[in-house]
Design a protein around this ligand. Structure first.
Ligand code: SAH
Length: 202
C-alpha cells in the first residue's frame, strides 16, 4: 500500500514485492523494520536498498518473462529475488564472497532457481552471458562502466545511480537506441559506491 501511494503502479512489480519476504534478507536484529520503507545495513558495511527504490528501479526496467538481466551489486540478494519473478534469468555479481554466499543461500531457501550469483568485479560485467536485455546497477559510479554499456543489447536498458558523492547521485535510465545512448535522469538517490576490484582477502 505504501509503495502504491508513492506511485508504483506496475501490478507485476507490486506482486513480486508482496511475494518475496524482505525479512529473510535483513539481519535478525532489524527484522522488525523489514517492512518499513527504509534502507537497512547488511554484512560487509553494505546496505539493502529502501523498498521504494527497489520497486522504482524494477518498474523502470520494464521487464518481461523472456529477458536476461544482469545485476551488479548482489548485496543481500533481495533485488535479485524480485527480478527473478519478472524475467527469465538473472545473473548477479558481488565483490564480497560472504555476501554472495549468503544471498545464494537465501535464494535457495526461497526455491528461486533462475538466479545465478557470481563473485567478481562488476565493473567488468559478466562477458560469458552478454549481451543482456537489461542491466541494473545497485551501487553508484561517476559514469556508467564501459564494459556494461558494451554488454547491453541493442534496444536494451540500464538503470544505474550516477554521481560524484552521496548528495549528488541521480538514478539514471540509459537506453541503447539506434541513434545511440539516451540518458534520462529519474530520481535523486543515495547508494554505496561501486568499488573497483573484487575483495581478495577472504
Ligand atoms: N542490490 C542489493 C543492495 C546492494 S548494496 C540488495 O538488494 O540487497 C551494493 C552492493 O554492491 C554491495 O553489496 C557492494 O559490495 C557491491 N559492490 C560494490 N562495488 C562492486 C563491484 N565493483 N562489483 C560487484 N559488486 C560491487
Amino acid at each position: 500500500m505504501q509503495l502504491r501511494r508513492r506511485g508504483i503502479r506496475d501490478a507485476d512489480v507490486l506482486r513480486a514485492i508482496e511475494r518475496i519476504p524482505r525479512e529473510l534478507f535483513v539481519d535478525e536484529a532489524f527484522s522488525e523494520h523489514a517492512y518499513q520503507d527504509i534502507a537497512l545495513p547488511i554484512e560487509c558495511g553494505q546496505t539493502i536498498s529502501q523498498p521504494f527504490v527497489v520497486a522504482f528501479m524494477t518498474e523502470k526496467l520494464d521487464l518481461n518473462p523472456t529477458q536476461k538481466v544482469l545485476e551488479i551489486g548482489t548485496g543481500s540478494g533481495y533485488q535479485a529475488a524480485i527480478l527473478s519473478q519478472l524475467c527469465r534469468r538473472v545473473y548477479t555479481v558481488e565483490r564480497w564472497r560472504e555476501l554472495q554466499k549468503a544471498a545464494e543461500a537465501r535464494l535457495a531457501e526461497l526455491k528461486i532457481t533462475n538466479v545465478t550469483t557470481i563473485i567478481g568485479d562488476g565493473w567488468l560485467g559478466w562477458p560469458p552471458q552478454a549481451p543482456f536485455d537489461r542491466i541494473i546497477v545497485t551501487a553508484a559510479a561517476l559514469d556508467a562502466p564501459a564494459a556494461l554499456l558494451d554488454q547491453l543489447k541493442d534496444g536494451g536498458r540500464m538503470i544505474i545511480p550516477l554521481g560524484e558523492n552521496r548528495d549528488t547521485q541521480q538514478l539514471v535510465q540509459i537506453d541503447k537506441t539506434p541513434e545511440g545512448l539516451v540518458e534520462t535522469p529519474l530520481l535523486p538517490v543515495r547508494f554505496v559506491p561501486l568499488v573497483h576490484g573484487r575483495v581478495k582477502r577472504d
